[in-house]
Design a protein around this ligand. Structure first.
Ligand code: GDP
Ligand code: MN
Length: 383
């Protein structure tokens, strides 16, 4: 789960890493009031769960409250990097002498943590890393050992003056506390601004938290729950896992592995998934009915693949639930159900009686191709 900049900065500030003074605003008027309160030049920053805002026009420097209001009006209610902007952070504009990059991340490859530092932080850090990898220092850390003495030297020595390196080490120690204390996957400060007098200020913060740890991070869990959209909330109410995507074909699978393989098969058949719902092992008629509404119901979804295996899951119940949902829907969209396992023949008969295309073989490729041709046929008929 990605925190917004202001939420990440609150984590940093709570442990003592300096951040600019600022206020969150959800209307242009609030933004103007925030700028007035700050008094002086400000920055208006779109709060979306994505990096690269600066280059996309989501960071606007302003000199007075009127300009802050106009900047907020330009951002709020619009879409930036595919995310709706619902709030802006209005901060005092700090005079940045130099932009550094400091980050900690979980590194699956080494089954440990990775600390990253660059003396060339800012919006071009990706290019710096790609073109001049030697300018991005990396130190691998053992989670069981904590931050070893000397990590600071490996990261900073030779890249910044000793006085800055000392201050950087303080920020590193604190960032490590934030990172581990909050079960983060990524905690990154870019830019970590050096002011003219040498002080360090976190001008941005990108923090991603491990959702599996939210059980012990009650306040972050509340943030997550507030972030969920209507469909994710519905999925939680049904007790299934739901992931929204950008495409237009729905997918229900009775397991995460089966689902991920099915996503690949849909792609190979030239289709773009709109969602993926994993029923897990708790299928019943009502769960299935609601799952079909959730995934196939939205206007942007053209059709659906349902891929079920009945080991512990009752396939007859599943078929009945699918049919219940179809009867309640205003429109029949192309649907292919691949269903194997316990009492499969009975389940197939229930679906076929309702005119549903049933795939009776193990190969999900065939189900995906059938769906692709149904969609194509429908498109051609509509022309
Ligand atoms: P990102 O593009 O989403 O990473 O957004 P950032 O918060 O990192 O802002 C992008 C860039 O805007 C930074 O690298 C700075 O150059 C600039 N910026 C952000 N805040 C300030 C500020 O308070 N003062 C100044 N002078 N520049 C800022
Ligand atoms: Mn940034």
């Amino acid at each position: 789960m990605m925190l917004l900049e202001h939420q990440g900065k609150a984590e940093l500030a709570a442990r003592g890493i300096p951040v600019p003074r600022g206020y969150l605003a959800t209307t242009p008027e609030e933004a103007a009031a925030a700028a007035r309160q700050l008094g002086g030049p400000a920055v208006v920053k779109a709060q979306i769960p994505a990096g690269g805002r600066g280059k996309a026009g989501g960071i606007i420097l302003v000199d007075d409250p009127e300009a802050a209001q106009a900047a907020a009006a330009k951002l709020l209610g619009h879409t930036l990097l595919k995310h709706p902007v619902q709030a802006v952070l209005v901060e005092e504009r700090i005079a940045i002498a130099r932009e550094l990059f400091l980050g900690l991340a979980v590194d699956p490859a080494s089954a440990g943590y990775l600390a990253l530092f660059s003396s060339e932080g800012g919006v071009n850090i990706e290019e710096v890393a790609a073109r001049t990898p030697e300018r991005v220092r990396k130190v691998w850390l053992d989670p069981l050992q904590g931050l070893p003495a000397g990590a600071d030297r490996q990261l900073f020595e030779g890249l910044v003056e000793p006085a800055v390196a000392r201050r950087l080490n303080e920020v590193l120690q604190t960032l490590y506390e934030v990172f581990t204390g909050r079960d983060a996957i990524i905690a990154e400060i870019n830019p970590l601004a050096v002011l003219a007098d040498g002080r360090l200020v976190a001008a941005d913060c990108r923090m991603e938290v491990d959702e599996d740890a939210l059980y012990r991070q009650a306040d972050l869990k509340a943030i997550k729950e507030a972030q969920m959209d209507e469909r994710e909330r519905l999925a939680q109410a049904i007790g299934v896992t739901y992931v929204g995507m950008d495409g237009d074909v729905g997918l229900i699978a009775s397991g995460a592995g089966l689902g991920m393989a099915s996503l690949d098969m849909l792609k190979l058949a030239g289709l773009e998934p709109a969602n993926f719902l994993d029923t897990g092992g708790g299928i019943n008629r009502e769960l299935m009915r609601r799952a079909v509404h959730l995934t196939l119901g939205p206007d942007n979804v053209r059709g659906e693949l349902i891929n079920l295996y009945g080991g512990i899951n009752p396939m007859v119940e599943a078929a009945l639930g699918i049919v219940d949902a179809l009867k309640e829907m205003p429109e029949r969209k192309p649907l292919v159900v691949k269903l194997l396992g316990n009492r499969e023949a009975e389940a197939w008969a229930i679906l076929e009686a309702e005119g549903v295309a049933v795939c009776k073989v193990v190969r999900t490729e065939e189900a995906a191709q059938t769906l692709a041709s149904l969609l194509r046929a429908r498109e051609e008929a509509g022309r």
